[in-house]
Design a protein around this ligand. Structure first.
Ligand code: FAD
Length: 379
């Protein structure tokens, strides 16, 4: 079925992004995977093309494109290119909304222009060594000292943690009369802020992921996004877009895997014929193709719903779970159909298999997604 959610401006954006990534990213993917980090110069070039924080107002360096369909186009094209890390989805889909929708005018003036120009890289640090799914278990604390906060604690699994210049840190507010989390915009050059190891991962190799440590980092009241104790509510209100973004990548990855595999089974011979002509293989691909088409139709409906402000937390959570489980099942089967070659680095399906595994874990593990859906059913 022809997709109907995009208009000509989205298609023009897709053309521009596709050309840019083919020129500036695809040839370097292996190099970045080996280095475990995407080159900062690439990021600046992408920003110069209007691909970073484009939803920010024009006077703050963006293009005022507040339409998630542009985000979706970019996420899909990143999948088509191969390995560019997670910088685009992290910045545009996850971090920028806090600055655009929740930050004060002073915070926006400070951080949006460098973000949109690629001069500053941003990250978000919720997870801790002892708290991931259960954000109420966050131990990092921001103690009020009369005229400033002192932020202390450890964060882990922080995407772009090695490169980040500014990190949105979730911490428990320690101040009389306040109970709950705060979200702080933390300048990574402050005293007391330290980076730990670049974590060695199973996949998504081009993306740096790090531990972060904060020891009595001095923050002003102006570094707090929103109100004291409001952190969890802010996180909950932005997580549906994060989950939608993961689903966009998941369905695009499943589609790509099927495309690659159809070509492979059409030219690989065994027992005197193309393996794609064996009924068992044809049926496997036919059935996965149908499931992915159904997921695509549902996802496109959710993208449009989100553009109209109608995607709720439970639907986003269920979509994330469905799309990422299907992504992994599809890619795993596609790898199997490549035989031994599927296990070899030079075949893209091998990298796709590694990269897809984490999709069921981050952005909220899929078990938690089902909890959210279950609660919405009154169970
Ligand atoms: C590559 C990568 C990048 C990441 N990037 C970021 C980032 O940029 N910022 C950030 O803050 N975090 C990031 N994360 C962290 C990620 O969001 C967490 O790993 C995830 O939320 C799960 O938390 P956990 O690892 O502590 O697992 P746990 O919470 O310990 O869960 C372990 C298992 O128990 C299950 N479980 C937990 N509670 C329940 C329950 N009530 N019912 C049933 N099952 C349950 C989980 O589903 C999971 O299967 C990243 C993680 C990875 C791997």
């Amino acid at each position: 079925m022809r997709r109907t959610i995009f208009q000509s401006e989205h298609e023009d954006f897709r053309e521009a992004v596709r050309g840019f990534l083919a020129r500036e990213a695809a040839p370097f993917a292996q190099q970045w995977e080996a280095a475990g980090i995407v080159d900062r110069a690439f990021w600046k070039r992408a920003a110069a093309q209007g691909m970073v924080a484009f939803a920010a107002p024009e006077e703050l360096g963006g293009a005022g494109l507040r339409d998630f369909r542009f985000n979706a186009v970019l996420d899909e094209e990143v999948v088509a290119t191969g390995s560019v890390g997670d910088g685009f989805s992290l910045t545009n889909d996850i971090v920028a909304p806090y600055l655009i929708d929740r930050a004060s005018p002073a915070q926006q003036r400070r951080w949006l222009p460098p973000l949109a120009s690629g001069d500053a890289v941003a990250a978000i640090a919720m997870s801790e060594p002892g708290a991931g799914s259960d954000l109420r278990g966050i131990k990092a604390s921001a103690r009020w000292r009369g005229d400033h906060y002192e932020l202390s604690g450890a964060k882990t699994f922080v995407t772009s943690g090695i490169q980040a210049d500014v990190v949105i840190v979730a911490a428990r507010i320690e101040r009389e009369g306040v109970d709950g989390l705060g979200l702080f915009l933390v300048d990574a050059s402050l005293d007391g802020f330290a980076r730990g190891r670049k974590l060695q991962k199973l996949g998504r190799m081009a993306q740096d992921t790090a531990e972060l440590f904060m020891e009595r980092v001095v923050l002003g009241p102006d570094d707090l996004i929103g109100a004291e104790g409001e952190g969890l509510r802010l996180l909950m209100s932005n997580l549906p877009q994060e989950r939608l973004s993961i689903a966009v990548t998941a369905v695009a990855s499943a589609e790509r895997a099927l495309l690659i595999t159809r070509e492979y089974v059409g030219q690989r011979n065994a027992f005197g014929r193309a393996i794609g002509s064996f009924q068992t293989i044809r049926f496997a691909l036919a059935s996965l193709t149908t499931e992915v088409r159904a997921a695509r139709a549902y996802l496109d409906g959710c993208i449009l719903g989100h553009v109209h402000g109608e995607l709720d937390a439970a639907e986003a959570a269920g979509l994330k779970c469905l799309a990422t489980e299907l992504e992994f099942r599809t890619i795993d089967r596609c790898l199997q159909l490549h035989g031994g070659y599927g296990y070899m680095e030079e075949y893209p399906i091998a990298r796709m298999w590694r990269d897809s595994r984490v999709q069921r874990i981050y952005g909220g593990a899929n078990e938690i997604m089902l909890e959210i859906v279950g609660r919405s059913l009154g169970l």
